[in-house]
Design a protein around this ligand. Sequence first.
Ligand code: MG
Length: 196
Amino acid sequence: MDHQSDYARHAGGIARIGRASMFRVGLGQDIHRLVPGRRFLLGGTEIPAEKGELGHSDGDALCHAAADALLGAAGVGDVGELFPPTDAAFKDADSRVLLQTAFGKVKKAGWRLVSLDCVVICEKPKILPYRERIRSSLAAILEVEPSSVMVKGKTCEGLGHIGQGLAVEVVTICLLESVWGETRRKKRLTVHGRNR
Ligand code: MG
């Protein structure tokens, strides 16, 4: 039995307290080539653009980087391992479903998302006009309020392959809280409430 699922199984009750941290951070990164004839997708939102992400799946670099941050924080694998590009099952796959599947593993291990911060680096298109849609889309998948998800667009100032419009890169960081930790925190608040 691995430590994390053991932890989840005892969530709410337990005597394993103090052994594991209540919080974990995770880092994710992904890069996709941009080519004509493909859709430009970020967090499941399609953005009008001359070129889109090349990939075995639909190429949504933001969903992939978010999934890697979550999986990494929970210590339950990575995107390449879970959804290998050699597997025909993931050909043209909707990356929102891949992210949902990855988050399912994270939840099963006893974690919930506190916050996710994302940096999208590309020369074109501009991300800002689509930011709120992207935040809402990711938040719905990850079962948090949109205010817990942030997305920032950056350029490469014309430098390198991203600056030449050949690729989009996404970097993400997330904070997870253990379900048990959340339960304990709420319980403590309730007890303090009664005492007043
Ligand atoms: Mg990818």
